[in-house]
Design a protein around this ligand. Structure first.
Ligand SMILES: Nc1ncnc2c1ncn2[C@@H]1O[C@H](COP(=O)(O)OP(=O)(O)OP(=O)(O)O)[C@@H](O)[C@H]1O
Ligand SMILES: [Mg+2]
Length: 483
């Protein structure tokens, strides 16, 4: 008997990659999970083919959709699934528009002590650090693609973004993207007294951008002033709000190669949209950059595309992202998958929801109101009548869900609770500081970058009478580190 236990233990350890980790007092992986992630344990539900109590295993490497009303267990599921990934040495990015889920994940990781994977925290609510979100001048991809993403994202968030605004903004975005300038410098390109015009016209190599900028600069001062104001009015929340200016002017963007191509790295991005609503833009830009990075993986060897999973809690903040649907469909081939959690389907662009549903290997429905439950019931393959399924979804308790798995009858599951572990404040602070340092420059560093740039701009503005000023190089962080 003892021998058998040893054989079983050895098999479990091998199947789980030698994994034997715990978070606080709880083991993250039970023996049943050695074969995959246990979503929960079956409860009676029609003729689902599972005995009550049997584990319901999620499919690996494919998109997962998590839906349900407030306080039903979505974030708890996301945290538990994230813990499963990182304790198994997988690369994880957790994008949390609110920030509460990532705060708890920090506790999960801190509780692992020296077993915790390398973690970077990009927290828009940090009082000491600034997530570097200069996705216009940096962040990989061509200048054209970075400028186009910026234009598309702003078009989506700014109401009444007319043709003229779209075109002028695109010209300025293209100029900034080619020269490695941030969104914070757009004024210096477009305002009639912009100090970067001459600098830009001398250096831009793309002929179409240079010609369009020359046309703009040849407009009357009044026309330029009106057109700049139209754009400033649309961008005000991003270029006039200090926290946003620091993030967008940080002169670097997250290093996606370190974030996505290094097995086992964990990146937590917390945006705190309730404090700075405009911060949702950063999530859109980040996901657009991730999508570009994943698409570019088609060109690299399979061995250079380690699998990663992107978790997006409060998916409704993401809106439409060009290319995301392709990632949902082809992500597995490219080594990427997404888990998205949200409350109401009406908050998600219809095409994204359709694509999520078409490609998700697993859909998890927690309790929801009548209308959402009716929509969810239409997704559930069961011998029960649809109305009975809708009633089941409406009456689920916290931590219970209907799980839809491709090619299998739907199951009703009870998920284990996953309490946030107790860690001392000192331990948490040590962990958080290290993770922030790994992900972000300090506020002080970014402020000094912005101050140096302002001095440089003053020099450029005065260049007519001060020819000795070096126009060759804009001050900033070390070049080439994030491209
Ligand atoms: N499987 C579970 N068993 C017991 N309690 C649970 C379970 N899952 C979640 N809970 C409890 O329910 C509460 C709400 O959970 P959670 O934050 O995950 O909900 P949510 O769906 O993300 O809510 P919101 O939409 O407000 O973000 C938590 O306090 C958590 O401890
Ligand atoms: Mg939540």
């Amino acid at each position: 008997m003892e021998g058998l236990v040893r054989v079983l233990e050895a098999a479990f350890t091998a199947a789980s990659g030698g994994f034997r980790k715990t978070i606080g007092a709880q083991s993250v992986v039970s023996p049943a999970q050695a074969g995959g992630f246990v979503i929960g344990h079956a409860l009676p539900f029609g003729n689902c083919g599972l005995e009550p109590g049997e584990p319901v295993i999620g499919e690996d490497g494919l998109p997962t959709l998590v839906m349900g009303g407030s306080g039903r267990g979505k974030t708890t599921y996301v945290r538990r699934s994230t813990a499963f990934e990182f304790t198994n040495g997988r690369t994880v990015v957790s994008l949390d528009f609110r920030g509460d889920g990532n705060r708890d994940i920090c506790r999960d990781l801190a509780a692992m002590g020296s077993d915790a994977p390398p973690t970077a925290l990009l927290d828009a609510g940090s009082e000491t650090h600034v997530p570097p979100f200069d996705f216009l001048g940096h962040g990989g991809g061509s200048a054209f693609s970075r400028a186009s993403v910026m234009r598309d994202v702003f078009k989506e968030v700014a109401e009444g973004w007319g043709v003229r605004i779209a075109f002028n903004a695109l010209v300025a975005f293209l100029a900034c993207a080619e020269l490695g300038l941030g969104l914070t410098e757009i004024r210096e390109i477009l305002a009639p007294d912009g100090r970067l015009r001459e600098y830009a016209l001398e250096r831009i190599t793309d002929p179409a951008t240079a010609a369009s900028l020359r046309d703009y600069c040849s407009l009357t001062t009044e026309a330029q002033s009106t057109q700049w104001q139209e754009i400033a009015n649309k961008l005000h929340a991003w270029i006039f709000q200090e926290d946003m200016r620091l993030m967008l002017g940080a002169d670097s963007a997250p290093d996606l190669r370190r974030m996505l191509d290094v097995p086992g790295n964990v990146t937590l991005v917390s945006l705190g949209v309730s404090k700075v609503p405009a911060a949702a833009l950063m999530g859109k830009l980040l996901v657009s950059a991730i999508v570009r990075h994943v698409m570019a993986r088609a060109e690299v060897e399979k061995s250079d595309r380690p699998f990663f999973r992107l978790y997006v809690d409060e998916l409704s903040n993401l809106g439409h992202i060009g290319g995301l649907e392709e990632i949902l469909a082809e992500g597995r081939r490219l080594g990427a998958s997404i888990t998205g959690a949200f409350q109401e389907s009406s908050q998600i662009p219809a095409s994204l929801l359709r694509s999520f549903r078409a490609n998700a290997a697993t859909q998890i429905y927690f309790a929801a109101g009548a209308a959402e439950a009716a929509e969810a019931a239409a997704e559930v393959a069961s011998d029960l009548p649809r109305e009975a399924v809708r009633q089941e979804i409406m009456s689920l308790k916290t931590g219970q869900a209907i799980v839809v798995r491709r090619g299998l009858p739907a199951a009703k599951v009870q998920m284990p609770d996953f309490p946030v572990p107790t860690v001392s404040e000192a331990q948490l602070q040590r962990f958080t500081e290290r993770a922030l340092d790994a992900g972000c420059p300090t506020r002080e560093t970014v402020r000094s970058i912005l101050a140096a740039r302002e001095r440089w701009l003053v020099g450029l503005g005065d260049s007519a009478c001060k020819p000795s000023i070096d126009h060759g190089r804009r001050p900033g962080r070390k070049r080439g580190s994030d491209e």
